[in-house]
Design a protein around this ligand. Structure first.
Ligand code: NAI
Length: 390
């Protein structure tokens, strides 16, 4: 169980680029980072609007002279200080990720970046090389993948409790873009423009969460082929999609399907996962994150609750709240930030042995998400044809 006791020798000197007052995801980063004494928020270039960013930063407790107008000023300003930053989180729109990652890594800063990491796998590989050459960690924040019941599913699959995995069924949909974009705010405008969002809208925005979570639960299974059908129900969003279906063939013969949509009118937002094996199935949804449905063929169905001693040790080890109290998204983000802090600490100490066995969403998690998106787009653009996964 995680209880807030510090697991690295000192807090990391941490800053943020983006995630300002009006940003959607910024607070989730701070919720995750400032929980276990592993990060100290010391500086930021929080906002495109420099004045608003400074005002916001000081209200978060950051010194005014360390609230910078741009990320370039942040890098230059912090480089000159004996107590300068060592790790930066990037919570800005997708099109800025690559250039900000590159600049931070070149300045010797570890990076924690939002998904989708970059636009292309080639960019991911270049950034991975740069990080490796400079001895730095790149972490990626897939929100719910720190949840104890996600790790319960992974442990159950790993221990053969479901038998051979046959079917993967996933959904992440909401209805918040069911109407058109007239008068839409900044976060919708950049998400629906290929110049700022990249080659996808909902596939990258929410589909990558499904894909990475399935990689955690099914690390032994690789996609061989996929077929993606995507559509913009609101025509102004084309060529980007607001709805997509993906079919997947895995190398063990399993079949997968998922759908992602932001035009699922009336749906307030839900991700749902069902992994079906030859003996049993598990099903988990973020609308009831404390519960895992475990169904064994021929037996009464069971509902497993987080934090209970009957769960696997892999799940109990990452539980924070204990069984009596609900555990959710903020707790999951804290686990992700903790694991990345432990990776940064190990990298700083040159402890490669620790890094070999330590689980955290690193650059390969970001790269695989971008690779999956590239394959989806290739399939969709070929008229929803099956394509070999490469
Ligand atoms: P947003 O548009 O709501 O906020 C972006 C923030 O970044 C704003 O504060 C803006 O002023 C600031 N900003 C933009 N460009 C900047 C720059 N060059 N320098 C400094 N600050 C800058 O966007 P949102 O929804 O927060 O998304 C940001 C990123 O987070 C995206 O990559 C998105 O895909 C990802 N995201 C991830 C989630 C997750 O669960 N992991 C959830 C929501 C978003």
């Amino acid at each position: 169980m995680i209880n807030g006791e510090r697991t690295i020798s000192r807090p990391l000197r941490w800053g943020m680029i983006g995630g300002g007052r009006t940003g959607q995801v910024g607070y989730k980063h701070r919720t995750g980072a400032l929980r276990d004494g592993t990060y100290q928020l010391l500086a930021g270039a929080f906002d495109l609007d420099a004045e608003r960013g400074r005002d916001f930063g000081t209200k978060l407790g950051v010194a005014a002279d360390r609230c910078y107008a741009t990320y370039q000023e942040l890098i230059a300003g912090e480089a000159g200080r004996p107590d300068g930053l060592e790790v930066v989180s990037i919570a800005t729109p997708n099109f800025t990720h690559y250039e900000i990652n590159k600049a931070c890594l070149e300045a010797g800063l570890h990076v924690i970046c939002e998904k989708p990491l970059f636009f292309t796998v080639a960019e991911c590989e270049e950034i991975e090389k740069l990080a490796n050459e400079n001895g730095l960690i790149v972490g990626v924040t897939y929100g719910f993948t720190g949840h104890p019941l996600v790790h319960q599913m992974a442990a159950m699959v790993n221990k053969g409790m479901l038998g051979d995995i046959r079917i993967v069924d996933m959904q992440y949909t909401h209805g918040f873009n069911a109407g058109d974009d007239v008068g839409a705010g900044e976060a919708v405008r950049w998400r629906t423009n290929p110049k700022t969002a990249g080659p996808t809208f909902v596939l990258g925005d929410i589909g990558t969460h499904l894909y990475y979570l399935s990689e955690i639960v099914l690390p032994h299974m690789k996609i061989e082929k996929l077929l993606c059908d995507r559509k913009a129900f609101i025509p102004t969003r084309a060529p980007l999609e607001d709805h997509a279906t993906v079919l997947m063939h895995y190398d063990n013969g399993a079949r997968g399907r998922l759908w992602v949509s932001s035009v699922d009118a009336g749906n307030m937002g839900s991700q749902r996962y069902r992994f079906v094996g030859s003996k049993a199935s598990v099903e988990w949804s973020d609308s009831r994150p404390d519960q895992l449905i475990y169904e064994v063929q021929g037996e009464p169905n069971r509902t497993l609750h987080h934090g209970m001693p009957y769960l696997e040790e892999e799940s109990l080890a990452v539980d924070r709240m204990g069984a009596l109290h609900t555990e959710g998204l903020g707790d999951s983000w804290s686990n992700i930030y903790l694991w990345i802090a432990q990776a940064i600490d190990a990298k700083n100490r040159g402890d490669e042995a620790f890094l070999k066995t330590h689980h955290y969403p690193g650059i390969s998690a970001g790269t695989e998400g971008v690779r999956w998106l590239e394959n989806c787009v290739r399939s969709a653009d070929a008229g929803s044809a099956w394509v070999d996964f490469k």
